[in-house]
Design a protein around this ligand. Structure first.
Ligand code: TYM
Length: 333
């Protein structure tokens, strides 16, 4: 890319609200580093989003460091990517409030994540949980983002961000770039190992349903051995075999083999062997991530330096957008 062409911008975020899963890894984080060279990339630990559900303060703090360390352990070089914590850049909250005023009650009411989370947390259906997508729109629009790599579960929020940006632009003239999603077709929705018709989620209370990026090899093998499949014992990708299909998706992601190759490889071999192979491939794929994570998490001062530099860098870009927004709306100064 020539010096003269402006680099396109990538933004994505992960909530430090639980231990990260192979869903987060395969659906999002693993893809982040592919943009590092050619794009201006912002990868954020979205702690403001995390408090829409009650968090234990010490755990939130620990997970914020861990998520940043995982970003790097998954291949994001702090010199080539802006890695930062959302609450360190106050413009997120500022633009979040402003966009609340351009986001409709009806739009927010239709968000499936809001419906799911309010069913799960019926004692704490707070206003932040409801306006969450407007804050997410602010995250993206602050950086004049072109591309947002996410799993399919974030598609609805992303579409709302686009709608809000277009609405704002229409009222006040061009202010925000309209972002596009980057949703990996092969791994956009990794399913629970216990209930393969439901998404694998970091907040699932059933530990056997979820493989965490930092799980030990023993845990990974045990979880895959117990994974729910079906009664016919044929390794074949099919809508009516959600458990096996999900394992094939995971195996494909870690080995690079095609679904046809996988079907042939396990022809006549049964689920027991297949599950062991998936476990091995997953554990082998994650081993270097875990080793790098262990090294990084031990150096808190370094992580703090990374987040400080990242916040300064993000602030610089966010401030430019905010001054434009303030002027257009008619705020003084
Ligand atoms: P979060 O923290 O729930 O998940 C982080 C990323 O992981 C993806 N993901 C999955 N992908 C495939 N299969 C799964 N089972 C799976 N589970 C999670 C998510 O799609 C996401 O890409 N609202 C966002 C965080 C956010 C954000 C943003 C993202 C806040 N502001 C701006 C992009 C841009 C969320 O809750 O992600």
């Amino acid at each position: 890319m020539s010096e003269m062409t402006e680099k396109k911008t990538v933004f994505s975020g992960v909530q430090p609200s639980g231990n990260l899963t192979i869903g987060n890894y395969l659906g999002a984080i693993k893809n982040f580093s592919r943009f590092s060279e050619e794009y201006k990339t912002f990868y954020c630990v979205v702690d403001l989003h995390a408090i829409t559900v009650r968090q234990v303060p010490a755990e939130l703090r620990r997970r914020t460091y861990e998520t940043l360390a995982l970003y790097m352990a998954c291949g994001l070089d702090a010199d080539k990517n802006t890695l930062f914590v959302q609450s360190h850049v106050p413009q997120h909250a500022e633009l979040g409030w402003i966009l609340d005023c351009y986001t409709m009650f009806g739009e927010l009411s239709r968000m499936t994540q809001f419906k799911d989370k309010s069913a799960k947390h019926s004692q704490n259906i707070n206003a932040g949980l409801f306006t969450y997508p407007a804050l997410m729109a602010a995250d993206i629009l602050l950086y004049q983002t072109d591309i947002v790599p996410v799993g399919i579960d974030q598609k609805q929020h992303l579409e709302l961000a686009r709608d809000v940006a277009m609405r704002f632009n229409q009222i006040y003239s061009d202010t925000f770039r309209i972002p596009e999603g980057y949703i990996p077709t092969d791994t956009m929705k990794i399913m629970s190992l216990a209930e393969p018709t439901a998404k694998m989620s970091k907040s699932d209370p059933n530990q056997n349903a979820v493989v965490y990026i930092l799980d030990s090899k023993d845990d990974i093998m045990r979880k895959f051995k117990r994974a729910v499949t079906d009664s016919d014992s044929v390794v074949r990708y099919s809508e009516d075999k959600p458990g096996v299909s999900n394992l094939m998706t995971i195996y494909r992601a870690f080995t690079g083999k095609s679904l046809d190759e996988i079907e042939r490889e396990f022809d006549g071999r049964g689920y027991g062997e297949f599950k062991l192979a998936v476990g091995e491939a997953c554990a082998d794929g994650l081993a270097p991530v875990r080793a790098e994570f262990d090294r990084l998490i031990a150096d808190k001062a370094y992580l703090e330096a990374v987040m400080k530099k990242g916040a300064e860098d993000a602030y610089h870009t966010a401030r430019k957008t905010m001054s434009k927004v303030r002027r257009k709306i008619g705020f003084v100064g």
